[in-house]
Design a protein around this ligand. Sequence first.
Ligand code: ATP
Ligand code: MG
Length: 571
Amino acid sequence: MTTNNHPEAEPAPALPAGDFIRDIVAADQASGKHGGRVVTRFPPEPNGYLHIGHAKSICLNFGIAGENPGGVCHLRFDDTNPAREDVEYVDSIQEDVRWLGFDWGANKFYASDYFERLYQYAVELIQLGKAFVCDLSAEEMATFRGTPTVPGKPSPWRDRSVAENLDLFTRMRAGEFADGAKTLRAKIDMASPNIHLRDPAIYRIRRAEHHQTGTAWLIYPMYDYAHCLSDSIEGITHSICTLEFEVHRPLYDWILDALKTPCHPQQIEFARLNLSYTVMSKRKLLQLVQEGLVTSWDDPRMPTIAGLRRRGITPEAIRNFCARIGVTKYNGLTDVALLEFAIREDLNRNALRVMAVLHPLKVVLTNYPAEQTEEMPAVNNPEDPAAGSRLVPFGRELYIEQDDFMEVPAKKFFRLAPGAEVRLRYAYIIKCEAVIKDATGRITELHCTIDPDSKSGGATAGRKIKGTIHWVSAAHAVPAEVRLYDRLFTVPEPDHAGEGRDFKEFLNPQSLATLTHCQLEPSLRDARPEARYQFERLGYFRADPKDSAPGKPVFNRTLTLRDSWVKEQGK
Ligand code: ATP
Ligand code: MG
């Protein structure tokens, strides 16, 4: 194996030009539909950390706003379900959006900011005869609702008078009824082929402390009701959401039409991102955290923005990935290799090349003076001349990788073997003269000799040798812990791996290997987490932002240099 600074031999996948949503926005701009305004929003529910799927939505919404003069994108917390929400998530979401490179300026909102207005809108719906208080339980309501082919049955409470509905709704707010005892429902059409129009609940009673409004409210609006009105209150022009909401759109429009709101945003749906070898539902990611199957939401194996960040992926790589996958109306599965491609492309350009030995094997250079050291010039980044070079110390005792030596070399093994020669990167050609073993037969060290004229500038520097390996001077090496991360799941679709199978059955037992005896070149002693490295021949790494300390580095492997899964699957 030779040093490889160009792991991406294949050409980059083409960037799609524009997309159907940008076409709609451009047409609206041309026709003056929204008075030249473009206002989008990213509306996460603060019930978990953001993941790579959210990044697609963030890049789309903030991207469109940024591309249009005067365009803005709001960050709105869709916090209508207090039971599952938390300020920890509110904070992490803001950190992640900012880290991805987007700015909502002064436009940070909470759906809960509108609770009073939403309540008043509900009163208005009642007054219009378009909403009623229903006493059916959740189970009864489900039975009455019917199925897509069987029309629903009207609630016996559907025809309450406006006065009675107003009275009951006021008392729901005042806390006179138990949780679940009553709901407020829109009065639409129990025979509609669209289930979402069969008198959907728009308010429910729930005694839960809310992270923004505390105990002020005992009734909470349902998502479909709160979302369209929040969009309208904020003057959103294009309300972009994922395809599941296509069937909710008639309800979105019905509510805004019924209330004659001044602004009626256009809901546009696109296909959500699904990635192979990944689960993306916040509910499932929460399970992994709660059951200790990963260490935290920012475990580097998680598809969360926080996890990807900690692993060493840069915001540029994520934005490039999102640009590459484009925006369509068709649900599909995106190969995680495409994300890895974007990461490698970015790191290949920007990572500093260094030498690190993960599984050390001691080499003693018997014809090299014990007291001597040299400084070998090494290129920091062949992709970026501005990155310059550094000096790497060299001495009589070195570490090389255990698997760069084979006592009985396999065919085409061009690295070190008894009697064989190999080039040490940036240094000499060495020859293995003796293999030293302990009493159990384990190899403890190799005795080698150098060709003293074979380093750069020497008489035999140009001598052709098939293999080049990396090394670290034992006297100067920095011991370190290195964490090798791999895909979290072993199957492409852990969510759909078969009837009755749980996604957790497909966790990859090899998704983390912690190596505690690694030896790094001395420039890595105080490595900062901001820096990105390519450990030559091994992969891309960065110092862990939480666990690494000056003098005691801990590194995370972001990715290997090439996709080893293609090979694995071929086996
Ligand atoms: P999850 O299913 O992971 O819990 P969610 O849709 O419930 O996600 P929200 O917080 O409601 O999460 O999502 C905020 C925004 O991000 C929504 O507009 C949603 O459509 C979008 N979004 C969520 N998941 C994806 C995805 N996989 N691909 C693209 N957009 C997504
Ligand atoms: Mg949601």
